[in-house]
Design a protein around this ligand. Structure first.
Ligand SMILES: [Zn+2]
Length: 243
């Protein structure tokens, strides 16, 4: 498979990032998002949950954590230049790629009408040798892919979206999948890496040790680069549905 190193979009694109949790956009693809905003594209987030189980603090309720994480997500998005963030508020850990979730994502796609939809790879179960990919990430990726094609495109899928909500079918031009098992795009996002780290740092409830996190992020330079001259990349599987 041939690897691409650039998006090659000539016109400003409308990009909808649909992922499971607050902080997923920044950790997975924050530098690419900063790049796209800088290049004049419009980025909109849709988070399927509000991450209401992401704490070890036994005095913090799921409700309060949800509110906290929504605010953190909105602040992180602003650091990257993203001003539109939607939350569907499914329970954290409760995503399953069934027809209900597919319909909810289809509704978002028909409302937002993006050129590009971005999600994460449902085939990614093991991340390296030491981590298991969160089941919500896989469920979100599967539901988004299935909504992009064919449910958002074809009017007979979820017909009540048209008849009751006046949402016309929508054709997505490209699907971009982050955390890909088989990448075919590698964007050099070195000049946006610090902005990505600054955005991640907005997720204060998720960070135990700020300096450790900064060090860890800075150590993730690409294999071809060096400590003295680090280069950073973010990878995707790109599917051009419409050339
Ligand atoms: Zn997550």
């Amino acid at each position: 498979m041939e690897i691409e190193y650039i998006e090659t979009w000539e016109e400003p694109q409308r990009i909808c990032v649909i992922l499971a949790h607050p902080d997923d956009p920044e950790f997975f693809i924050g530098a690419s998002i900063a790049r796209w905003v800088k290049l004049g594209h419009t980025v909109i987030y849709c988070l399927l949950t509000c991450g209401d189980k992401g704490t070890k603090d036994r005095n913090l309720s799921a409700h309060d954590l949800c509110n906290m994480r929504q605010i953190e997500q909105i602040n992180a998005a602003k650091v990257l230049g993203v001003n539109e963030v939607q939350f569907l508020n499914y329970p954290d850990g409760g995503l399953f790629p069934d027809l209900n979730l597919r319909k909810a994502v289809t509704r978002i796609i028909r409302q937002v009408k993006p050129d590009i939809v971005i999600t994460c790879d449902p085939q990614n179960i093991f991340m390296g040798d030491y981590r298991i990919n969160h089941p919500d990430h896989r469920a979100a990726g599967q539901a988004v892919i299935d909504a992009v094609f064919p449910a958002a495109r074809d009017h007979l899928y979820f017909p009540e979206l048209m008849t009751e909500e006046k949402l016309e079918p929508h054709i997505v031009k490209e699907l971009w999948v982050s955390l890909p098992v088989n990448p075919n795009v590698k964007l050099d996002v070195t000049e946006y890496w610090d902005q990505k780290i600054q955005a991640i740092l907005q997720h204060k409830s998720q960070i135990a040790d700020t300096s450790e996190l900064i060090q860890r992020m800075k150590s993730r330079f690409s294999e071809e680069s060096t400590i003295e001259s680090p280069r950073y990349i973010e990878e995707f599987r790109r599917v051009r549905l419409q050339m």
